[in-house]
Design a protein around this ligand. Structure first.
Ligand SMILES: [Zn+2]
Length: 147
């Protein structure tokens, strides 16, 4: 399966880019014309990085739709069936490919760096809760008056 060799090349790219920093998440953009199954890619990533410094990192695959620019009618349409690259508006085959062939690592999320920061004497256990704007819950706790 070519997902395995793809993951090996991704791992090579990430290894070169990360320096000596730990990587938490690798963001990847893959066009649908690549005929890659994202789930398979994620699975293979786990196999490839096992036992390497990248073990435990997660592959985040963004699947990019196939988008065509039609030279006949000027429409820009998304292709539903990647085996037939024709304009979805007028069915012309005189089209140019806008997206769908991507295969690139877009960014890396690095894990927490420097295990022993010199200026952190407090031995508490601070838990920085990141705000979750998507699932805002009704706040029942004491709310200080703002004015
Ligand atoms: Zn067209």
């Amino acid at each position: 399966m070519h997902e395995l060799s793809l993951c090996r090349s991704i791992a090579g790219i990430v290894e070169g880019a990360r320096g000596d920093r730990a990587v938490a998440t690798v963001h990847l953009r893959v066009g649908r014309l690549r005929q890659v199954v994202p789930e398979t890619l994620v699975y293979c990533w786990g196999l490839v990085v096992d036992g390497t410094p990248l073990a435990g990192s997660v592959l985040d695959v963004e699947s990019v739709p196939v988008v065509l620019d039609c030279r006949s009618c000027g429409e820009t349409t998304e292709v539903a069936h990647v085996l037939v690259l024709t304009c979805a508006a007028c069915e012309s085959g005189d089209v140019s490919l806008r997206t769908g062939e991507e295969f690139l690592v877009t960014s890396l999320d690095l894990a927490a760096v420097s295990p022993s920061p010199p200026s952190a004497p407090s031995s508490g256990t601070p838990v920085p809760d990141p705000p979750a704007p998507d699932q805002r819950e009704t706040h029942h706790g004491p709310v200080p008056p703002s004015r």
